[in-house]
Design a protein around this ligand. Structure first.
Ligand SMILES: C[S@@+](CC[C@H](N)C(=O)[O-])C[C@H]1O[C@@H](n2cnc3c(N)ncnc32)[C@H](O)[C@@H]1O
Length: 203
């Protein structure tokens, strides 16, 4: 048997011990399953030629958290694309910039409230439940995940989840997706809650 922790994660825990639990959550099975779900469906869309025809040089990631699971998947798929990571939490952005991806030239990370930014090109937002629907220019390729996780098993409200949706169609409506340009919509049932994903173009 062999156990190990990657050096970057070990550094985060040493420098920010109070974030250890949150960091562990970011590596949970469900988080990993949902990030791979995103990458697999996006890959199928690209192979259908949809993204190739669009001038997408830049991918924004709103509410990016640590980027530890998502960023390696994106860089494999888009080695030449600029990646712009946004999070409202200053420590999270320091961890992204200084610990997880200090040498990744294609990535820049900024502290900002995504609700005050207008997105274009391609937007990935797997934190839709944490914020009001974001502003995007017409034609933006949007890759969105949200959930209906309003309360824990014991009935406690999840305060951070300020914008859950009841189903994937509510997510599509919130983000004003063009009906004829919905490339994927689906859900995963995690028993205590459902997670939804929609990929398509802004009206
Ligand atoms: C718990 S994490 C991500 C959970 C999500 N289910 C996922 O899989 O990516 C939510 C992140 O969104 C960030 N966040 C919340 N509100 C935000 C906002 N208005 N603008 C930017 N980032 C925000 C938080 O700081 C946090 O890093």
């Amino acid at each position: 048997m062999k156990f190990g922790i990657d050096p970057a994660t070990a550094t985060v825990i040493k420098r920010y011990p109070h974030r250890a639990e949150d960091l562990v959550k970011s590596f949970s099975d469900r988080q990993v399953i949902c990030k791979h779900w995103l990458a697999e469906e996006l890959d199928k869309i690209i192979k259908r030629g949809i993204k190739k025809d669009r001038p997408d040089k830049r991918i924004y990631v709103a509410g990016c958290w640590y980027g530890n699971v998502l960023v390696p998947l994106i860089t494999d798929m888009f080695p030449d694309c600029d990646i712009r990571m946004h999070d409202i939490n200053e420590q999270v952005i320091k961890i992204v910039k200084n610990i997880y991806f200090p040498d990744l030239d294609q990535l820049k990370a900024s502290v900002l409230d995504s609700q005050h930014f207008s997105y274009n090109d391609t937007l990935i937002n797997t934190s839709c439940e944490h914020m009001k629907p974001l502003k995007c220019t017409s034609g933006t390729l949007m890759i969105l995940q949200s959930n209906d996780y309003t309360h824990d098993k014991d009935g406690t409200a999840i305060n951070d989840h300020i914008n859950c949706v009841k189903d994937v169609d509510e997510l599509i409506a919130q983000y004003k997706m063009r009906e004829d340009k919905i490339f994927y919509k689906g859900e995963k049932d995690f028993v205590t809650y459902k997670r939804f994903m929609a990929i398509g173009l802004r009206k």
